[in-house]
Ligand binder design. Structure first.
Ligand SMILES: Nc1nc2c(c(=O)[nH]1)N[C@@H](CN(C=O)c1ccc(C(=O)N[C@@H](CCC(=O)O)C(=O)O)cc1)CN2
Length: 300
């Protein structure tokens, strides 16, 4: 293995320390305690873990942290009613509804119910539009985390060839906007891209966000490429015992690490950045809601 391992977990810890400093500043200089409400509907085990971490880390940086756990059978109307209350609650500056939601709830109805001013996921059409044209506002959490890691690793991104595999609203599309802003030449690849391996081969930056375990192989990569693996896939791990599982990314780590210049691991890469950037966005929305300029180090 020759690649540098990008320590997303460590970077996220440092980012949370800086965020704690900004929280202290907002409290002491402006009397504002940023508040984040996280909402989960149902008992999906992975979502429960993520939501518990979000609530705990929100409190750890000194913010007001609220968690709403609703039963699986909650109606859409009941969820929209809660969102409406949170929209009107002055102690809350950020609202996050954990995705996915159960089938009886339309995710678009949920997203559209959240006030764009408190939309810390950057899911609402208003904020997606602001991101596209570069206006201040929250930035999609996982893409912002990827951008921070890339800037930290490479310094200047201008002129780099970036290939993003996956065109989701959550990761692929917003990350393309951010990399374009940093003057990368961006190619969006997806399940219908012809000869994906040769498209990836020309990239200085490869972002794998396809949701397919171990899809990107080492021999697809340009030597020295920087690889950001957004995939979080739980696969069987019989070597650990019967019924055991382990997490893998969308990149075949061992073969990729022999060719790449730098690579994020799974776990410990992009995942922890997603939650740290959620906290960063809460500082951004708390600042904007109070007529303040958000801290430069938390925004793209
Ligand atoms: N409303 C939202 N829902 C979802 C989002 C989101 O950004 N907003 N993203 C994903 C899940 N996600 C955050 O909610 C998330 C995924 C993974 C991690 C993380 O830290 N992963 C660890 C491994 C954890 C494990 O052992 O399972 C890692 O990669 O090191 C954080 C957040 C879907 N829903």
């Amino acid at each position: 293995m020759t690649a540098t391992i990008i320590d997303g977990k460590g970077f996220a810890a440092g980012l949370r320390e800086r965020i704690a400093g900004h929280v202290a500043g907002l409290k002491s200089q402006h009397g504002i305690t940023p508040g984040l409400a996280v909402v989960i509907v149902g008992e999906d085990p992975a979502s429960q873990v993520y939501v518990a971490s979000k609530a705990r880390l929100t409190a750890e940086v000194g913010m007001h942290s609220v968690k709403h756990e609703l039963p699986r059978e909650t109606s859409q109307a009941a969820l929209l009613q809660l969102i409406d209350e949170l929209n009107r609650d002055d102690a809350i500056h950020g609202i996050l509804v954990q995705m996915p939601v159960p089938d009886q709830i339309d995710p678009n109805a949920v997203i559209n119910a959240i006030s764009p001013e408190k939309d810390v996921d950057c899911f609402t059409p208003a904020n997606v539009g602001k991101l596209a044209i570069g206006l201040p506002g929250p930035v999609s959490c996982t893409p912002l985390g990827c951008l921070m890691l890339l800037r930290d690793q490479l310094g200047e991104l201008s002129g780099k060839e970036a290939v993003i595999i996956g065109r989701s609203n959550l990761v692929g599309k917003p990350l393309a906007q951010l990399l374009l802003r940093d003057n990368c030449t961006v190619t969006m690849a997806h399940s219908r891209t012809a000869d994906l391996a040769s498209v990836v081969k020309r990239a200085d930056i490869v972002v794998a966000a396809a949701g397919r375990p171990n899809m990107v192989k080492g021999d697809w990569l340009k030597p020295g490429a920087t690889v950001i693996d957004v995939g979080i896939n739980r696969v069987p791990a019989p070597e650990r015992g019967e019924g055991k599982t382990r997490l893998v990314g969308d990149v075949e780590f061992d073969s990729a690490a022999d060719v790449a210049g730098a690579i994020t691991p799974v776990p410990g890469g992009v995942g922890p950045m997603t939650i740290a950037c959620l906290l960063a966005n809460t500082i951004t929305t708390a600042s904007l809601l109070n007529g303040l300029v958000p801290p430069k180090d938390l925004t793209p």
